[in-house]
Design a protein around this ligand. Structure first.
Ligand code: HBI
Length: 111
């Protein structure tokens, strides 16, 4: 059984993320990543897809050229759970790695 985060927990978690917004009903999180090219966007999606499969938690997303629009929701609980926050953090780290391949220390990254 997956528990949804309370609205206070969600808002607190969003402070450690950048560019993520909650939907009006508070049941999902969204973000649009903008890369410099389609191959970069697709490489990001491939990287995230492998992670998502490993943790069995998957993004809902659309890709148009260099943009990837993402919605995160936990279907089982119909809301935002810790799994969505973990995936959002992982996606931000992956995006950072693709944008800045020379930087290896992302431990205190907020962007
Ligand atoms: N991905 N975003 C998201 N939310 C889920 O609830 C979810 C998922 N991927 C797989 C998954 N649930 C499975 O556990 C179930 O569909 C069986």
């Amino acid at each position: 059984m997956v528990e949804n985060l309370s609205s206070a927990e969600r808002h607190n978690a969003l402070k450690n993320l950048s560019g993520w917004k909650e939907s009006e009903d508070g049941k999902s999180l969204t973000k649009t990543y903008i890369f410099s090219s389609f191959p970069q966007a697709f490489a990001f999606m491939t990287h995230v897809a492998l992670y998502a499969e490993k943790v069995d938690h998957h993004p809902e997303w659309t890709n148009v050229y260099n943009k990837v629009h993402v919605t995160l929701i936990t279907h089982e609980s119909e809301g935002v759970s810790a799994k969505d926050i973990a995936l959002a953090l992982q996606m931000d780290e992956a995006a950072f790695a693709f944008l800045n391949p020379c930087m290896s220390d992302q431990s205190d990254l907020v962007f």
